[in-house]
Design a protein around this ligand. Structure first.
Ligand SMILES: Nc1ncnc2c1ncn2[C@@H]1O[C@H](COP(=O)(O)OP(=O)(O)OP(=O)(O)O)[C@@H](O)[C@H]1O
Length: 199
């Protein structure tokens, strides 16, 4: 399986210049591709386009040559840098975790998500605790590709590596492709099978 962004152009409303101009990128199942580039270069924008959250002005996003259908559950799932913006503040976290079907309770424990967290509101967790919920909710059988946008910036180094180990194990087992957006060269070297620079 291959996720492809082909000849993507994008400009924000009112913007005069292209944020993304003729950008192409692909991720194969089982690969961990690092997306590197200077701040403001458009990495997060490209991630959102590839996950179907915003639509490119020109160009296509394909899985095995077919436009990605968002349907009920998009097979390309985005994990944001800011988990507090990614969850419904009016839902207790158990509901957020179950939104796309039952979750694996063993995985919950491995992720360090305590049972009591599930009965709390998002503002009752720390940023790092909330990010674990956001990571775990995409580890579902329907997910074929994960776009991880600076997912570990709010975690301490040990937790960062624990969470990445779980995600990478899961991706390997399920043959999921990952696009990891990061500024952290050490992390990219440690986890990526190849890197792409947005120049
Ligand atoms: N909602 C928005 N409306 C208008 N402009 C935006 C919006 N979001 C981002 N931009 C602009 O688009 C450009 C690309 O932003 P983007 O967040 O994709 O870059 P990035 O490479 O991910 O940056 P960083 O590494 O700092 O996270 C920036 O100039 C940013 O100011």
């Amino acid at each position: 399986m291959k996720l492809e962004a082909k000849n993507i152009y994008y400009k924000y409303d009112g913007g005069k210049e292209w944020v993304l101009e003729n950008i192409s990128l692909d991720v194969n199942a089982g690969e961990v591709v690092g997306l590197i580039g200077s701040s403001g270069r458009g990495k997060s924008t490209l991630g959102k386009i590839m996950a179907g959250q915003i639509k490119a002005d020109k160009g296509e996003v394909l899985i095995d040559g077919v436009p990605v259908s968002r349907g009920i559950y998009c097979p390309v799932q985005l994990i944001y840098q800011h988990p507090e913006l990614a969850v419904n503040p009016k839902w207790k976290l158990g509901k957020t975790l179950r939104e796309t079907g039952q979750y694996d309770d063993g995985l919950r424990k491995e992720m360090g998500i305590r049972e009591e967290f599930l009965n709390r509101w998002p503002n009752e967790l720390s940023g790092g605790e909330l990010q674990r919920i956001c990571v775990m909710r995409v580890l579902k059988p329907q997910t074929r590709f994960i776009i991880a946008d600076e997912i570990s910036t709010m975690l301490d180094v040990i937790t960062q590596s624990q969470i990445w180990d779980i995600v990478l194990d899961y991706a390997k087992k399920e043959h999921i492709g990952i696009l990891a957006i990061t500024h952290n060269e050490h992390l990219a070297q440690a986890i990526c099978t190849r890197t792409v620079h947005l120049t």
